[in-house]
Design a protein around this ligand. Structure first.
Ligand SMILES: [Zn+2]
Length: 440
């Protein structure tokens, strides 16, 4: 009934970490946006890992209080100086263009050009990431030291983009489990060359889906690879039936950097996913913090809007906006680490293992302790007692009165869920427990 955690020992973690990083590196150069061919190309690349279905929602589609915007595509963009040299070149880095810039051909003085340039004086070697999705505008982003080196004179601006009726693309994969109740895994795939935010989430989710495809699952799983905000709103507006089946959910973002884990709880605050993540992080061996819900951040904002109030939390390492590399060219492939991506994947599989295995049982021998010794349950098979194993059995027996789930028992016992699950399996085999079927 339970999935066993994929065998992620030290060697496997190293190998998977390298694979995750390699995949992030393949996606990194693509100029993604909330619509357009960069996003589509990214979804097609993910199809090499899992059979993602790509869906297209036409521009102009009303989605609650929003509307699917026109599709943006870019072929080239540059600024040339008087001698014809490109001083800003989109081909060098996808962050050089203000994302969603309208088409533009112009000759401008330096002072006119400067009103369309964005840089970060505190970090003169980093290119900022800027967007203008909902207000028609154009601009370039560049390193501050490049901006300072621009000389007086006339500049030629070329922005070869299109902003036309088209589609918003998103990717979805549904994995069938025994139950039609679903676990939703969501991540944004709209940022251009930025690694932690959010190629880390994209790669970990793709590999997580690949791992789960091979398992017999209790829940059904739905992975959505969507543009941030408008993508989540579009998905929710066009999948309202599916939302009724969501029992647990996670947004994955910024999970490749060297920082400790942060889990932001769902709006409900006490959802099973909130408790499962807090429990897994407590036993994961890395620093972590559990944060209360707030109506700002990533797409959990949409899933946790009051009309839906879905039990969806957000797993991060460093929190968006708190690390200086956030939304700059320094959020690059060096900023994310193979080992951290692999550990994030492991934390996700452990949380899913909790959801899959969390059930309630009834002790069939509740009057005093059952005599475990005569059933061969008071020592491990080799005759060497492992205290954790025995403790776990005693905790499960004591709290299995039908009103405590295994996760609650694990929390109270201070033991990893896997130890409690294993104890319950042994006690079930010996007939000391029966499952309590949840009434929903
Ligand atoms: Zn972002």
């Amino acid at each position: 009934m339970t999935i066993s955690e994929p065998r992620l020992d030290r060697d496997d973690l190293t190998t998977i970490g390298q694979e995750l990083h390699r995949f992030a590196a393949e996606l990194y150069p693509i100029c993604r946006s909330i619509t357009g061919n960069g996003l589509r190309e990214t979804l097609k690349k993910i199809q090499e890992i899992v059979p993602l279905e790509i869906r297209e929602v036409p521009s102009g589609t009303k989605v609650f209080d929003w509307e699917v915007p026109k599709e943006w595509n870019i072929r080239d963009a540059y600024v040339k100086n008087q001698s014809g040299r490109k001083v800003i070149d989109f081909q060098e880095h996808s962050l050089h263009i203000l994302n969603y810039s309208v088409p533009m051909q112009a000759r401008l003085s330096l002072s006119e050009l400067r009103t369309h340039l964005h840089s970060i004086p505190q970090h003169p070697d980093w290119i900022p990431y800027r967007t203008s999705y909902y207000k028609p505008d154009w601009g370039f982003c560049l390193r501050h030291r490049e901006l300072q080196a621009l000389e007086e004179g006339e500049y030629e601006v070329c922005i070869d983009t299109s902003l036309e009726d088209g589609n918003l693309s998103y990717g979805e994969i549904a994995l069938r489990g025994e139950s039609s109740d679903e676990v939703l895994i969501s991540l944004h795939a709209c940022h251009p060359s930025l690694a932690n935010d959010n190629l880390s989430g994209v790669t970990v989710a793709a590999f997580l889906a690949r791992l789960l495809r091979e398992k017999k699952l209790r829940y059904s799983y739905r992975f959505v690879f969507i543009p941030g905000t408008i993508g989540a709103i579009t998905w929710l507006a066009t999948n309202q039936e599916n939302t009724k089946r969501v029992r647990h959910g996670l947004v994955l973002t910024c999970i490749g950097d060297a920082g400790g884990f942060h889990y932001k709880k769902s709006r409900r605050g006490d959802a099973e996913i909130d408790r499962a993540m807090a429990h897994v992080l407590k036993h994961c061996g890395e620093p972590f913090e559990v944060l209360e819900f707030s109506p700002y951040g990533y797409d959990e904002r949409q899933y946790c809007s009051p009309g839906f109030n879905l039990p969806v939390g957000c797993l991060m390492r460093s929190v968006w906006g708190t690390f200086p590399e956030y939304h700059t060219s320094a959020d690059n492939l060096e900023f994310i680490r193979a080992e951290k991506l692999a550990h994030s994947l492991r934390v996700c599989t452990q949380a899913i293992e909790v959801l899959e295995g969390n059930r309630s049982y009834q002790n069939q021998n509740p009057y005093c302790e059952p005599q475990l010794g005569k059933r061969g349950l008071y020592g491990s098979r080799g005759g060497q007692a492992i205290p954790e194993e025995i403790h776990a059995r005693l905790w499960v027996l004591n709290l299995s009165d039908g009103s405590h789930s295994l996760l609650e028992i694990a929390e109270r016992a201070g033991l990893p869920f896997s130890a409690i699950r294993e104890a319950a399996n042994v006690l079930l085999e010996s007939g000391l427990l029966t499952e309590v079927v949840a009434v929903s």
